[in-house]
Design a protein around this ligand. Structure first.
Ligand code: ADP
Ligand code: MG
Length: 208
């Protein structure tokens, strides 16, 4: 299976709707560890994404992801706007020149997203951030490039979910949660929850 630019656009609108619907859950996750604004920030970002994507007639898959990242970056503000914006802008740019999104493109997207966010934010795996869902997802995507896109995304979404669950045991090294020390054990990172929702919604889109 290969997704054409317009199918990627529809998939990302579905991702935006899923994040907006998860606002309360994401804010609660952030409340357990941080300041409780993650759901609201992501909702604001995803509403801006929908404003850009709904009328778009995309000419490339790169354009859909870069448009998504730019909308998040310019509407959310703060660290997470820059970081989630980077996920999609850096990821999208790695797809330049590719006509469709397939399993190889998924790996290029996630590897560049991970690289971009690690350079931008300075966090690494184990620091209890979105990277703890994104890094295992990116690694899995490279392992499964020979699978068809629905199977690849099923494996990648499961890897993100496992990473998000593993973040419960971690002690935060970034953001407000850093001041909690061991008190953050038992709670998953909010940004890792967002990454998991995004990838499982992409999986659901390609599974139809
Ligand atoms: P804020 O931290 O400004 O309140 P949000 O609550 O929207 O922003 O987002 C918090 C999420 O951002 C965290 O759960 C974490 O996943 C992610 N995050 C914070 N700092 C970093 C970083 N340096 N690198 C990667 N992700 C980060
Ligand atoms: Mg917050």
């Amino acid at each position: 299976m290969e997704l054409k630019p317009n199918q990627v656009r529809l998939m990302m609108i579905q991702v935006a709707d899923a994040i907006i619907a998860a606002e309360a859950m994401l804010s609660q996750a952030d409340r357990d560890l941080g300041d409780g604004d993650h759901g609201l920030g992501m909702k604001r970002g995803m509403e801006a994404v929908k404003v850009q994507l709904e009328p778009l007639e995309p000419s490339s898959v790169e354009q859909v992801f870069v448009t998504t990242g730019t909308a998040m970056m310019s509407s959310m503000g703060g660290a997470s706007g820059a970081l989630f914006g980077t996920v999609y802008r850096a990821g999208g740019k790695a797809l330049a020149g590719r006509d469709v999104l397939d399993s190889e493109g998924l790996a290029l997207l996630l590897e560049a997203a991970l690289d971009g966010v690690m350079k931008r934010g300075g966090a690494k795996p184990g620091d209890k951030t979105m990277i703890d869902a994104l890094a295992p997802a990116a690694a899995k995507s490279r392992e499964v490039t020979a699978l068809d896109l629905p199977d690849a995304l099923t494996a990648v979404a499961a890897a993100a979910e496992s990473g998000k669950d593993a973040s419960k045991a971690m002690i935060a090294q970034f953001g407000r949660a850093k001041t909690l020390g061991e008190a953050c054990i038992g709670f998953p990172d909010a940004g890792a929850c967002s990454v998991t929702i995004m990838l499982s919604t992409m999986r659901d889109y390609v599974l139809g």
